[in-house]
Write a protein that binds this ligand. Structure first.
Ligand SMILES: [Zn+2]
Length: 254
């Protein structure tokens, strides 16, 4: 058995056997890694706290034939603030589930780890609108994983003359905007206002630490949510439970 060390974030936890947990870590070194944490459900177990959702840990693992084993984990940041606030917890949980859904196992790539870590820190800060940060996180994660939406050039012909009336056509399944001449191939296109398109461009290419500066009013936020949700669903091919929970929470708050 080989021993290895990672810097990782717990993005999924489930119970296993009587007292164990299976955790999925998004790591800096190895990408997404799944491991069993033996005894981690016993309150006094040394792995109990480190194997909670969102925990940023430095961990030591043994690689096994079918499943790796988490042997040691030291907490760098527990993100307790995220667990104590239902709304922030809902955003962060969805961010973790989205990374889990989009990333294949063991794809060595540091950027998604750094993006999630930065986002968890930003969601922990009070008085910061969590919504634009979520949109920036989604767009940047998609982009890192090869699913960058085409927001300037038509996905059909590459033309940059995509404006039609006061907006553009956005085809989630095809991967971006369509010019007035190109057909939607029966995949369905939705109308996007120029304001929504500009906000998405800023969130995609701007510094995520400044995402909260992009003001998303009710209508603009709803428009971007429709477009991005459809875009993401076409890539994950399943609805994420945490997204449904977040949507329900947002609509209950008006
Ligand atoms: Zn075109």
């Amino acid at each position: 058995m080989a021993l290895y060390n990672v810097d990782g974030i717990v993005i999924r936890v489930r119970n296993f056997q009587e007292a164990d947990k299976i955790v999925v870590l998004l790591t800096r070194e190895e990408g997404k890694v799944e491991a069993v944490a033996r005894g981690a459900r016993r309150p006094r177990n040394r792995l109990a706290a480190a194997t909670q959702l969102f925990s940023h840990v430095r961990a030591q693992l043994f690689s096994g034939r079918s499943l790796d084993t988490l042997s040691q984990a030291e907490i760098v940041e527990s993100f307790r603030q995220l667990r104590e606030d239902l709304v922030r917890m809902a955003y962060a949980t969805y961010a973790c589930e989205l990374a889990d859904a989009l990333l294949p196992e063991r794809q060595r790539q540091e950027a998604p780890f750094l993006l999630l870590l930065t986002s968890l820190h930003l969601w922990s800060e009070p008085d910061r609108d969590p919504e634009p940060l979520l949109r920036a996180y989604e767009l940047k994660l998609l982009s890192m994983l090869g699913f960058r939406p085409s927001l300037a050039a038509c996905v059909g012909c590459g033309s940059e003359a995509v404006q039609q009336g006061g907006g553009v056509r956005f085809a989630p399944v095809l991967g971006g905007v369509l010019c007035p001449q190109c057909p939607d191939e029966g995949e369905g296109a939705m109308r996007l206002s120029l304001g929504a398109l500009e906000s998405m461009k800023r969130l995609l290419d701007g510094d995520i630490r400044r995402a909260h500066m992009v003001r998303l009013s009710g209508e603009l936020a709803a428009e971007i949510d429709r477009a991005l949700s459809a875009y993401i669903l076409a890539r994950t091919e399943r609805r994420l439970k945490s997204k449904e929970f977040l949507d329900a929470l947002r609509s209950s708050k008006g």
